[in-house]
Design a binder for this molecule. Structure first.
Ligand code: HXC
Length: 486
């Protein structure tokens, strides 16, 4: 796969995202008096303030996003996290990945101390995914209970909310409904007719009026979505959470970032050039520049805020991590964590350096320090994968699994358990086509939610500035004192 193709793929996927369940279903949605999920988000939040997370996640239904859009935005300048179900994709139903995304945004809301808003328009558990769909709801319920009283949770019902799925809004603090369009019931009219023979219409069974006047399940109703969103915004103005953050996203591009990597992916380059391009002008200060040169550590200013940078440098030892680089990295990460300095990892790594000498010097123990330091650090942590991220180094260098707040990748980057040559020596090459050795690209990782997003190199600086501005709200408890491998 050449780089040109991968760059084009990003554009194609960006367009595909907007299609949802296709034009016909989108038209049907509008015709029934309901807006599309993305338009709803735009109508609710401050202009241009929404940032989508995990947009490329794909589940069994093989549709980008798996029927739910998650992300953060501001409302009247204050941070909120939200999810919006897309009824045009499998009726907005909850499958495994859909549920994982909702759990992710709930966790993010707690981490950022922001209210969580659910825009609900869903047929409930996705029948095709069976018990996995039910399990997904269970996981959402658990998080909702765990975070109840920690952050305000709002449910805005904008269509159906049927079956056991209704227990999700029921577990939140406040429920909003649109008259005549929103419905909530444990058992729908069709099933009711089949089971009990009773003939009842949607409105009397679960309409906004019934819930506002009889069941008491709903707190605020309005005649249409626009009026309801006004109520949601008003409600939030009374809430204590949701810190003020800059509303407008940074749009400026750094064109030279698009060409900073050599065309030949085997060629070396000096990662300090990338750092300089990302940083505020002349703000990079390197530490230990003559020791373990395969890993660069230092400080930059990003929109005038200090950030600690750890970067593999392919110019030395192909950027691989050895004993000295491990020590340098772990010590620097802990330094930043001590003084609340946000961390940035620029990753282009073939792995930990193989060989007897490194093993005898204790690469296992020293490499473990890198894992320990990143997993333990509670400061904002972001990784950008520039070109490749292989093996243990992929995990160790601030992966999502270790608790990175965001992992972004450039479209051309590769992630794999090991490089192609190593893989061929391990996997039975007779039974597998060696040319097809599984080297998942950034896109596969993004589909699975193992990285957050694929971004164009020239937008990286702007994206980082915005992400750190949001992460300034991050607050999580530090682990108790542990036994770091020294
Ligand atoms: C999979 C579903 C679905 C479901 C709807 N769809 N519900 N797909 N699983 N649960 C799909 C439809 O097949 C259709 O796909 C699209 O969504 C739109 O649905 P329509 O019926 O065409 O739309 P509409 O007429 O507006 O009716 C919407 C509806 C109705 C009222 C939601 O679809 C319905 O009654 N669905 C079943 C609702 C239900 O009983 N849910 C409970 C599930 S059990 P196409 O491809 O045609 O666009 C549950 C338990 C959770 O949720 C337990 C947690 C503890």
């Amino acid at each position: 796969m050449d780089n040109h193709f991968k760059n084009k793929l990003l554009h194609k996927k960006n367009e595909e995202l907007l299609q949802g369940g296709g034009q016909a279903r989108q038209q049907k949605q509008r015709a029934s008096g309901k807006a599309l999920a993305r338009a709803r988000i735009d109508a609710l939040v401050d202009k241009d303030s929404f940032t989508e997370c995990l947009r490329f996640v794909t589940g069994e239904a093989a549709i980008l996003g798996d029927g739910v859009i998650i992300g953060y935005a501001t409302i009247m300048g204050r941070l909120v996290c939200l999810y919006a179900q897309d009824f045009t994709v499998c009726g907005g139903t909850v499958g495994k990945k859909h549920a994982e995304k909702i759990v992710t945004i709930l966790e993010m809301a707690v981490k950022l101390k922001a209210p969580l808003i659910g825009l609900i328009d869903s047929g409930g558990a996705r029948i095709q995914e069976g018990v996995e769909a039910l399990h997904g709801y269970g996981q959402i319920f658990r998080k909702q209970v765990q975070y109840s009283g920690v952050i305000p949770q709002l449910s805005v019902i904008l269509g159906p909310c049927a079956g056991g799925a209704v227990y999700s809004p029921a577990l939140t603090d406040v429920i909003f409904m649109v008259e005549k369009i929103s419905h909530m019931f444990v058992t729908g009219p069709k099933v009711l007719a089949a089971v009990t023979g009773s003939d009842v219409d949607m409105e009397s069974l679960g309409g906004a009026r019934m819930h506002a006047t009889q069941s008491g399940n709903v707190h605020v109703t309005a005649k249409n979505e626009a009026a309801l969103f006004k109520e949601v915004r008003a409600f939030l103005s009374y809430m204590p959470t949701g810190k003020e953050i800059p509303c407008h996203k940074h749009m400026d591009k750094v064109a030279s970032l698009a060409h900073v990597l050599p065309i030949n992916e085997m060629s070396v380059y000096d990662v300090r050039e990338v750092i300089q391009l990302l940083a505020d002008r002349q703000s990079f200060m390197e530490l230990s520049s003559c020791f373990a040169r395969n890993l660069v550590t230092g400080f930059i200013r990003l929109n005038e805020q200090t950030v600690g940078v750890v970067a593999n440098n392919p110019k030395h030892l192909a950027g691989g991590i050895d004993v000295d680089a491990s020590d340098k990295c772990a010590r620097f990460v802990r330094f930043c964590d001590c003084y609340r300095i946000p961390l940035l990892v620029l990753e282009d790594v073939c792995g930990f350096i193989p060989g007897t000498e490194q093993e005898q010097r204790g690469l296992i123990r020293h490499g473990a320090k890198v894992i320990y330091a990143f997993a333990e650090a509670t400061v904002p942590k972001i990784t950008v994968i520039l070109r490749k991220a292989y093996g243990g180094a992929f995990v160790a260098l601030n992966s999502k699994a270790l608790g990175a707040d965001f992992v972004f990748s450039w479209p051309t980057a590769e992630m794999a358990v090991m490089g192609a040559d190593g893989a061929k020596s391990v996997i039975n090459t007779e039974s597998r086509e060696t040319e097809d050795t599984p080297v998942p690209t950034a896109f596969l990782a993004a589909e699975k939610g193992i990285i957050d997003d694929i971004i164009e190199p020239e937008t990286t600086r702007a994206r980082l500035i915005d992400a750190y501005a949001v992460l300034a709200c991050k607050k999580i408890a530090a682990y108790p004192h542990g036994n770091m491998p020294l």
